[in-house]
Design a protein. Structure first.
Length: 127
């Protein structure tokens, strides 16, 4: 007898799925993976969820409320050195802190929030 186990769905799951939906709606190839699967990254950020869009050379990382924003500074520089762009998605309530912690790094920030069961996105901003 098999028992079905359903993992709880987190806000990161919702946001990552919404980002993938945007790429699919534009008929662009994008893959979900851990950041460590894309670049050699510090252990503190290696498990962060990433959406990698090869056509546009964009890596989008989705942070939860506990993810260390400042740890993405080196990641942003590494991604830029490879000729890719990093977009950091943070909950709208963490956007101000993300601006401070990622100031002068080669990335963009994008706030997100839940409106009922729909993920909404703010515009891209430079830290």
């Amino acid at each position: 007898m098999a028992v079905a186990v359903q993992e709880p769905t987190t806000s990161v799951d919702f946001v990552a799925a919404a980002v993938l939906d945007v790429y699919r709606s534009h008929v662009e190839d994008a893959t979900q993976m851990s950041l460590a699967e894309f670049i050699d990254s510090p252990r503190s950020v290696g498990a962060i969820r990433a959406i990698v869009a090869s056509d546009t050379h964009t890596v989008e990382v989705v942070l939860d409320d506990d993810s260390p924003v400042h740890s993405l500074c080196n990641v942003a520089w590494t991604v830029a050195e490879r000729g890719w762009h990093l977009n950091v998605l943070v909950g709208l309530d963490r956007l101000g802190d993300a601006h401070t912690e990622l100031r002068s790094t080669p990335c963009t920030l994008q706030g997100w929030w839940l409106d009922d069961d729909t993920v909404r996105f703010a515009r891209h901003e430079r830290p």
